[in-house]
Write a protein that binds this ligand. Structure first.
Ligand code: ADP
Ligand code: 3PG
Ligand code: MG
Length: 393
């Protein structure tokens, strides 16, 4: 993959620099920041910009508010956290574009920061609406792509703005490309991918690109449910994404053709209304009314057996609802096993990183990526929209 023009080549002193970051952090039930890896990882870039005398305007999305302003998805708690780390205020610009926003960014002095409110409050963001992209571009003179977790999205802030301003990549994006490229270029085999999580509709169609690249694919989390449903499993009251049968079928067919081993759960931990403890169930038969929440102990052992001789591992997506201690054992046991196995292990994803951290198991990994879907799409081996739009170095 070509190297992209690095931030260090930009003349930033006294200029307004629009920096797209991915502050879509995991949140607590009260809406606070549950894990600040995505904030910490961009601090080197932000400190560099400050030292170089840039006037930095940050932009990010948070959650999926769907083009409407929703106080629950405000970036306010995040800018507060960021201000603490930078040791200086980062005012939040609530009106994202227009005369007020322009006035606020024009007030910035060299070395100062401001952040635009959640871009997904505006419908034009996800549509990459040209008018919205132009209005954003008007706020800055240069653009820095530092939102690795969002480079797979062709949105106004990741692509539209970059088409309108001289673009550069930040230090995090550079590091991510180098780190993940190790999985693309001759990974040591066996290469095992462990996949789970909740963004099933996004991720399931991406699995096919791992066929052939990985030797074994282990599927847990909510991602496993459409596969189990396609096999005719009874999943009780478990919410299952529908309309994915064709994706499931074509993935399994591709895996068969290439000889890629695919493992699905054979047992699950389920939640039964009125009972505090998790119960076990066969993956083919979840009792009526019960909700599947984690892989079961037999599945953990089967996954571990496929990892024990691995040399390269890519993990994205918790294997269960690991924020709930009752449904953390699947992820915990598999990661604890992984920690004992030598090799190059990559953890990818905002929630995956957070869960590994909460379980005290980040030591199982040699590389932690801030991207989930972005890392998966990166592994397809094609240049992602948010990178393609930045000139080569
Ligand atoms: P990442 O951010 O690492 O890319 P996702 O956003 O796709 O991962 O999914 C993470 C979420 O998936 C976690 O919050 C976890 O609780 C949830 N999850 C995983 N398995 C299940 C399950 N079986 N039922 C409900 N939620 C699940
Ligand atoms: C992520 O958390 O994977 C990124 O921030 C992208 O979020 P999205 O899937 O809502 O576009
Ligand atoms: Mg996530």
């Amino acid at each position: 993959m070509p190297r992209k023009r690095p931030l260090t080549e930009a003349q930033v002193r006294g200029r307004r620099v629009l920096v797209r970051v991915d502050f879509n952090v995991p949140r607590t039930e009260e809406g606070g920041v549950a894990d600040d890896r995505r904030i910490l990882e961009v601090l080197p870039t932000l400190r560099y910009l400050r030292e170089e005398g840039a006037r930095t305007i940050l932009m990010s999305h948070l959650g999926r508010p769907g083009g409407r302003r929703d106080a629950a998805d405000s970036l306010r708690p995040i800018v507060q956290r960021l201000s603490g780390y930078l040791g200086q205020p980062v005012p939040l610009i609530e009106e994202i574009t227009g005369p007020k926003a322009i006035a606020e960014v024009e007030r910035l002095a060299d070395g100062e920061f401001a952040m635009l409110e959640n871009l997904r409050f505006v419908p034009g963001e996800e549509k990459n609406d040209p008018e919205f992209a132009a209005a954003l571009a008007q706020l800055g003179e240069l653009f820095v792509e530092e939102a690795f977790g969002s480079v797979h999205r062709a949105h106004a802030s990741t692509v539209g703005v970059a088409q309108r301003l001289p673009g550069y990549v930040g230090f995090l994006v550079e590091r991510e490309v180098v780190g993940l490229s190790k999985l693309l270029e001759a990974p040591e085999r066996p290469f095992v991918a462990i996949l789970g999580g909740a963004k099933v509709r996004d991720k399931l169609p991406l699995l096919k690109s791992l066929v052939g690249r990985a030797d074994r694919i282990l599927i847990g989390g909510a991602l496993a449910f459409p596969f189990l449903a396609a096999q005719g499993a009874e999943l009780g009251a478990t919410p299952v994404e529908t309309g994915l049968d064709e994706e499931v079928r074509s993935f399994l067919e591709a895996a068969r053709a290439k000889g890629t081993l695919v493992l699905l759960p054979v047992d699950l931990l389920v939640e039964i209304a009125g009972r505090r403890e998790a119960e076990s169930a066969a993956a083919s038969l979840v009792p009526a009314g019960a909700i599947a929440r984690d892989i079961g102990p037999l599945t953990r052992d089967r996954f571990y057996a496929q990892l024990s001789d691995s040399r390269t591992v890519f993990w994205n997506g918790p294997l269960g609802l690991a924020e709930d201690p009752r449904f953390a054992p699947g992820t915990r046991e598999v990661l604890a096993g992984l920690a004992t196995i030598p090799g190059f292990h990559v953890c990818a994803g905002g929630d995956s990183g957070r869960i590994a951290e909460d379980l005290g198991l980040t030591g199982a990994f040699q590389y932690l990526s801030t991207g989930g879907g972005a890392a998966l799409e990166f592994l397809e081996g094609r240049e992602l929209p948010g990178l393609a739009v930045i000139p080569d170095a």
